[in-house]
Ligand binder design. Structure first.
Ligand SMILES: O=C(O)CCC(=O)C(=O)O
Ligand SMILES: [Fe+2]
Length: 212
């Protein structure tokens, strides 16, 4: 049983106004297309694609170790941040009225890259603090699904320059993922801004400024 699916109408998705998908006791999900102008989104994409410290990771899947199907990079949101990311960070914080400490980047190289349905680890988030996702490059569909009946689900094409805000509570009540896609698609980068709960064990996990 996968529950009701909500395919969002073209009119909803391309309207410049923010789209409030959910706003109740299970949390708030707000999609804002055009948060960045097309030229700004393209410039951010080009800079990060070329300069972020992209790396692959391995993860345990049952008995096997497999490649995580996308590349990753992450930055502390501190004074060492490249100016372009610092400017984006300031705009995201102003738009969502929250403070973030880290940004995690995902690079989906093509239609075969993905992220399995999951919720972000609440133990790594400051209680009550939201997650803000900025999308760049190719449009990929995100599936957001309620964990419990009626298991509402949205198929949300995340456009370049869009901002998706998910409150802390939504990580308890919904999964989100980016499925592999059947047809060819170019690269997409997402930036996940988070307020992390504790200092990471090793700063080594966090990349030095891109472009070094
Ligand atoms: O690429 C995205 O938009 C989602 C990424 C994500 O869910 C994550 O980094 O936890
Ligand atoms: Fe996530």
């Amino acid at each position: 049983m996968s529950g009701p699916h909500e395919r969002l109408s073209q009119a909803d998705l391309f309207a410049p106004a923010p789209l409030l998908l959910a706003d109740d006791e299970h949390g708030l999900i707000r999609y804002t297309p055009g948060f960045l102008a097309p030229g700004e989104a393209a410039a951010c994409f080009d800079f990060l694609h070329a300069n972020a410290a992209w790396h692959g990771e391995r993860r345990q899947m049952y008995e096997r170790e497999v490649d995580t199907p996308r590349l990753l990079a992450s930055y502390l949101l501190d004074a060492t941040l490249p100016p372009l990311l610092a400017a984006l960070h300031a705009r995201v914080e102003a738009a969502v009225q929250a403070r973030f400490s880290h940004v995690g980047l995902n690079l989906y190289r093509d239609e075969r890259d993905s992220v399995a349905p999951h919720n972000d680890h609440l133990s790594e988030l400051q209680p009550g603090q939201p997650i803000a996702l900025v999308s760049l490059g190719a449009t990929r569909e995100m599936v957001i699904r309620q964990k419990l009946p009626p298991r509402r689900a949205w198929h949300l094409p995340l456009q370049a320059g869009s901002l998706l805000l998910m409150s802390y509570a939504t990580q308890l009540h919904y999964d989100h993922g980016i499925p592999k896609q059947g047809s060819a698609v170019g690269p997409r980068i997402s930036l996940a801004f988070r307020a992390r709960s504790a200092a990471p064990a090793s700063r080594g996990r966090y990349a030095r400024p891109a472009g070094d």
